[in-house]
Write a new protein. Structure first.
Length: 236
């Protein structure tokens, strides 16, 4: 069994493992149990009642968090001509076409999110083997394959996050920093839960929100009452 540091052990004492917390209480605890010297990220883990092996039960998309995520996001855009100019004017950090593809093929990955215009996907597709495993491949489902490159860049810079159910039916997504005011964390939390409820697959049967856990970087997991979370999400 892994050994935890003194700070984690002390933080763990503040959390009742058997309790399903009210969302607000859980977020307050996540802030209180942040154990890192740096400003840790508050992460949400939601287990859904879906079978990811079936195409009609995939849950994937992107949403702009109203309070942002408290991090400067570096954006690379694959585009040519006027679209490349639009991306640059919108604040994209790197813009290019074949030159950008060659740079990435050479081992460079100095960006957090990649955006591409549809006409560039034939070229960008060649990077699938290197971008795919890193979760950096542009995808129309998350709005990163689009002709509206300026809008895409603006949304990403404003706090757009991607969500995707893993093989265990769990979605992991950041909702801000431990230093965030409670109001901002709550707003982002409600937005994520509301979004997941809205994209519930028609084929999903039984309880949809199976479990919800929140934790700060290297902090203990705090379980949340799913019914209270769903009510807050719908009331957003």
């Amino acid at each position: 069994m892994a050994k935890h540091g003194k700070k984690y052990v002390e933080a763990r004492k503040l959390v009742d493992r058997d309790m399903l917390y009210d969302p607000t209480e859980a977020l307050e605890l996540a802030k209180k149990t942040a154990t890192t010297k740096f400003d840790g990220t508050v992460e949400l883990a939601v287990r859904l009642g879906v079978n990811p092996k079936h195409a009609d039960q995939q849950v994937r998309g992107a949403v702009v968090l109203p309070a942002g995520i408290g991090k400067e996001v570096t954006v690379a855009v694959f585009a040519k001509g006027e679209k490349a100019k639009e991306a640059e004017e919108a604040g994209a950090d790197f813009v290019g076409a074949d030159d950008l593809v060659a740079k990435i093929n050479g081992g460079w990955f100095g960006f957090d999110v990649a955006v591409a215009t549809p006409d560039m996907m034939g070229t960008v597709g060649k990077l699938g083997r290197v971008l795919g495993p890193k979760g950096l491949m542009p995808n129309p489902k998350t709005g990163t394959v689009t002709m509206e490159v300026a809008r895409a860049v603006n949304e990403i810079k404003a706090g757009k996050v991607e969500y995707r159910v893993d093989k265990n039916g769990i979605i992991h997504v950041p909702i801000g920093k431990a230093s965030f005011e409670m109001e901002k964390l709550q707003e982002n939390f409600n937005t994520i839960i509301d979004t997941l409820i809205k994209v519930k697959p028609a084929a999903a049967k039984g309880q949809y929100l199976r479990s919800i856990t929140v934790a700060s970087t290297m902090g203990p997991g705090i379980r949340i009452n799913t019914q209270k979370a769903a009510a807050l999400g719908k009331a957003k």
